[in-house]
Design a protein around this ligand. Structure first.
Ligand SMILES: Cc1cc2nc3c(=O)[nH]c(=O)nc-3n(C[C@H](O)[C@H](O)[C@H](O)COP(=O)(O)OP(=O)(O)OC[C@H]3O[C@@H](n4cnc5c(N)ncnc54)[C@H](O)[C@@H]3O)c2cc1C
Length: 471
């Protein structure tokens, strides 16, 4: 009998009610139970051309039908082992990837190939299934069978323990390399630990992954800001290769009033609250007032809103494009809106008002007209639409170039015009044996792209160190 196609009855992960979750920093999504996971897995049609659909749309090409099939057979360890071939961190990607723009956006249940029409039905909850698999293995303490090569005597230093650095370490450790990671902060995880709030990604998950890396032999050196004390040049003298995975700094817009009291960068707010406990009983100060305006339309903006809402602050988010062209997950916008955030789409800040302290944010309304240099709809100001959003603080949640401390002393390191590190297709920089990837190269994108670049870089390092060709 032909399989009944269940276009619409997608299972949703049970989620804490909005009134409760705004009072806690605990994860608000409970994840699939085994029954829900099995039911959702059975919606997959296991397309023969999946390599042209969900697998292709995944930046690390996870064998999605392969792992979902294992769930339908009740073999969760088998599902985990399939995912691990492409994705070293399933519980993390399942939680934070923008699946609707990636795997789920190409699911046949959603995309009608015959009429070339989107929104035909609801895609399989691929992200939630990946998270279910990762969480089950982690919580049950099951050990996957990882085939690790014997030590090959080669040493690689990695600067930065964000997703790019961690994924590069994972791949090289399995290939038999000796890996040392130098991290400026006292913890590993990069933005995943000091940016993304615990409400979306519990820290125990990152700790578990870091311990797994340690069990593969990876060594971590915390509180070591390369460029202050130990330099990249010194690392290049002691190691066969060095991978710079230092992430991106966060920027401002260059508008009037940016130096007023009450103007913050997103990372400052997220680090003070998330890592140092400001506003949560610790001594660390943070004065955002009663009302805040967050500028930006990506994950950073959403995470700032999650944080300020939990501090009881009236929260405005101001973005110059539309909701559906924003870079965060649509579901996350729904969540913060339910929690009380006021979202201002097609709105461009033009001045921060105030004498010494922030008193408001002057904005102009935008419309989309034509395309910009990257092929995205271009926002254009609407004349006479100036208006003021009342606020006591402004938070910049927009990206910029790479974190520079690590490479300031390398005059031969070429940068792009966006101040990101210039690399070739194998993530090799202009300095021999020095590689770079993640936000430091792409200017700020996603966890999964950083993972993908960390992996590609590992492959280039392996190729270069085993080919005998001197760089
Ligand atoms: C607030 C926020 C929320 C986000 N939410 C999401 C999301 O939900 N989903 C998603 O896919 N993406 C999200 N992103 C984007 C994603 O987090 C990044 O693209 C990703 O973390 C980049 O990884 P990375 O390893 O390149 O850099 P990072 O994660 O920035 O890690 C770089 C590491 O290098 C260390 N470092 C820097 N300089 C030095 C030095 N000189 N010496 C030693 N160590 C150094 C830093 O301390 C840091 O730990 C978010 C970004 C932000 C800012």
């Amino acid at each position: 009998m032909p399989k009944q196609i269940r276009y619409l009855d997608r299972n949703k992960e049970p989620t804490m009610e909005a009134g409760l979750r705004v009072k806690t920093y605990k994860e608000y999504s409970y994840g699939f139970s085994p029954t829900l996971a099995l039911d959702e897995a059975q919606r997959c049609l296991f397309c023969k051309d999946a390599d042209q659909r969900c697998i292709k749309a995944c930046p690390i090409n996870v064998d999605i039908p392969g792992f979902i099939k294992k769930i339908t057979e009740g073999n969760i360890l088998g599902a985990y082992e399939i995912i691990l071939k492409s994705d070293p961190f399933p519980s993390i990607c399942g939680r934070v990837c923008p699946q609707e723009r990636q795997c789920e956006g190409s699911c046949i249940l959603f995309y009608d190939t015959v009429k070339d029409r989107k929104n035909k039905g609801l895609p399989v909850s691929i992200g939630a299934l990946e998270k279910f698999v990762g969480d089950t293995v982690r919580l049950m303490g099951i050990k996957p069978d990882l085939k690790k090569e014997p030590p090959n005597g080669k040493r690689v230093a990695i600067v930065g323990a964000g997703p790019a650095g961690l994924s590069c370490a994972h791949e090289l450790a399995i290939l038999g390399y000796s890996i040392d990671i130098y991290e400026a902060l006292p913890v590993a995880g990069g933005v995943m630990v000091y940016g993304i709030p615990t409400a979306r990604l519990d820290r125990s998950i990152i700790e578990w992954e870091v311990n797994r890396l340690k069990s593969l032999g990876v060594r971590f050196f915390f509180g070591r800001a390369i460029g202050r004390g130990l330099s990249v040049k010194e690392l290049l003298n002691s190691y066969d290769a060095v991978f710079l995975a230092v992430g991106a700094g966060r920027g401002k817009l260059g508008i009037k009033g940016e130096n007023l009291n009450g103007v913050f960068s997103a990372i400052e707010v997220l680090m003070r609250v998330g890592l140092m406990g400001a506003g949560r009983g610790a001594d660390t100060p943070i004065d955002l007032g009663q009302k805040t305006a967050i500028i930006g339309g990506g994950f950073t903006a959403v995470d700032c809103a999650i944080t300020t809402l939990r501090l009881g602050i009236q929260t405005h988010v101001v973005y110059r494009r539309t909701r559906d062209t924003s870079l965060a997950r649509q579901e996350e916008w729904d969540h913060i809106e339910e929690e009380g955030a006021i979202l201002h789409w097609l709105t461009q800040p033009i001045e921060i008002l105030g004498k010494e302290k922030v008193e408001g944010l002057k904005c102009v309304k935008m419309k989309l007209e034509g395309l910009d240099s990257q092929g995205r709809p271009k926002p254009v100001a609407i004349e006479g639409s100036e208006h003021i959003i009342e606020c006591d603080s402004v938070i910049f949640a927009i990206g910029q170039g790479a974190n520079p401390i690590a490479y300031e002393e390398l005059p031969n390191l070429e940068l792009t015009k966006y101040l990101t590190i210039k690399v070739d297709e194998g993530f090799r920089t202009s300095v021999p044996r020095l590689y770079a990837g993640g936000d430091a190269v792409n200017g700020g994108d996603t966890v999964v792209r950083a993972i993908a670049e960390g992996k590609k870089c590992a492959m280039s390092i392996h190729q270069d160190l085993t080919s005998g060709v001197k760089r």
